[in-house]
Unconditional design. Structure first.
Length: 453
């Protein structure tokens, strides 16, 4: 089968679950004998005149790589401040350029992993050529210009509307900033640049609504146009691949998803490392992995821990991984930050915890880190908004899934601390459960989606 993947880019310039999944999926498909090509938005070239078009880059591991030159830079979590420019720059490709690209790759299937920087003209062109178009729901970009349906006040948004999107993007980065950030050398140095960028980007949340329109004058029609632009892309999708019931439910509230399949994702770094774990300590070792931002739920989780009954104050500790913080928390000696980690030492990370907590506020489409924890036999406690809750819901009728209230999370944490034997039961259940973590098996299922739907 001839397969074309559209993604954000490749490591080390791009990172995250979407990038890892798209890369590992394409590599495994090539191993299994398919003709695979990968297309992504090119880097910004400041001060260099380069023509628009689709450029061949290289062949590696049996995969052909192409980039869209002069693509609108992926906004990632930075929002969109100039919606008109998104449409104008995304539509720069000519029909002759698309014809030439089609002759090069001639795909039977296009697997779209993101709508960021994706030209509607390209999708409509391949649609008219009879190419099947699959979309994987890694996030909500296209429905939400901020990706995760968390608005400028830090609250979960109930859906896109032009005036709401305009207000929410008052703190969005300028196009100039996005282009500078998309320069290749700066993407290589993104950890340093990320700290510098905090000087220029204001966090979402805590903005007074009455000041929004004074700080940022926007056109409601422009935001309506860009939302309609993305909806036209969604209208071209033949099959929606949802990685959970959570993501399907959110998408289904805003667009038609009649032809869809739910298939949890994985990557080639997730192996079956399950082992029996002992829970003999007097302290429950909670773990958290990821960004400390509000949408990931860390502030909510931390505050709930700190407000547990005093009788539990010496019966827990928290290890925090996956961000730039290192050292003890200023509010509690029980909380310790260990900074970033690599895939090579993820086993060591999980050895520091008895249970991983995934307290996401946003409607997280899945959660690969939850799957990784299970692959090491580590119990997980997840919020009702985490797509991966489906993996554990049958254990004790969803006892390790909590509602997003202080009361329910407090109750769950207190219950675990006072009944550590339940973690041993959970670990035994994980060991017996028929999980298939392999990317190889996932690819076979995905190829079935390509052919049968």
């Amino acid at each position: 089968m001839k397969i074309l993947h559209y993604t954000l880019g490749l490591p080390p310039y791009r990172s995250g679950g979407l990038v890892r999944y798209a890369k590992d999926l394409s590599v495994e498909q090539a191993k299994q004998g398919h003709e695979v090509s990968v297309l992504y938005p090119g880097f910004s070239k400041i001060g260099i005149r380069n023509k628009s078009g689709i450029i061949y880059l290289k062949s590696e591991n049996g995969i052909e790589f192409f980039e869209i030159s002069k693509a609108f830079p992926p906004p990632l979590f930075h929002g969109i401040k100039s919606p008109q420019q998104v449409v104008l720059e995304s539509e720069a490709l000519s029909v002759s350029e698309l014809e030439a690209f089609f002759e090069d790759v001639a795909p039977e299937v296009i697997h779209v992993h993101t709508l960021m920087s994706l030209p509607l003209k390209l999708i409509e062109f391949f649609k008219n050529k009879g190419v099947k178009i699959i979309f994987s729901s890694h996030d909500y970009f296209g429905l939400c210009l901020r990706v995760n349906f968390v608005d400028y006040t830090g609250k979960v948004c109930d859906g896109p509307e032009p005036i709401k999107c305009g207000r929410c993007n008052a703190t969005a980065s300028s196009v100039a900033f996005l282009k500078i950030r998309n320069v290749k050398i700066l993407l290589m140095l993104k950890n340093i640049f990320g700290r510098l960028s905090s000087l220029f980007i204001k966090n979402i949340g805590g903005i007074k609504e009455q000041n929004i329109e004074k700080r940022f004058v926007f056109s409601e029609d422009d935001y309506r146009d860009v939302l309609n632009y993305y909806h036209k892309i969604f209208d071209c999708i033949d099959v929606f691949h949802f990685n959970s019931e959570v993501s399907k439910s959110v998408y289904g509230q805003h667009i038609k998803v009649d032809r869809s399949v739910i298939l949890p994702v994985t990557h080639n770094g997730i192996k079956d490392n399950r082992l029996f774990r002992s829970f003999q300590s007097k302290q429950v070792r909670f773990g958290f992995i990821g960004s400390l931002n509000n949408y990931k739920g860390f502030p909510f989780f931390k505050n709930t821990l700190l407000n547990l009954s005093p009788q539990y104050s010496d019966n827990w500790k928290l290890s925090v991984w996956g961000n730039n913080n290192v050292g003890k928390d200023t509010d509690s000696k029980n909380i310790h930050y260990f900074g970033k980690y690599t895939s090579n030492n993820i086993g060591d990370v999980f050895s520091t915890m008895d249970i991983l907590v995934v307290p996401s506020i946003w409607k997280e489409t899945f959660s690969l880190i939850a799957l990784e924890a299970l692959s090491y036999g580590v119990p997980i406690l997840v919020s009702q908004n985490v797509g991966a809750k489906s993996l554990i819901f049958e254990f004790m009728n969803g006892a390790f899934v909590f509602e997003l209230t202080d009361e329910d999370l407090n109750s769950k944490l207190s219950w675990i601390i006072s009944n550590m034997s339940v973690l041993e039961d959970f670990n035994k259940w994980i060991l017996k459960k028929d999980f298939d973590f392999s990317i190889e098996a996932h690819v076979h299922k995905m190829n079935h989606v390509y052919k049968e739907f």
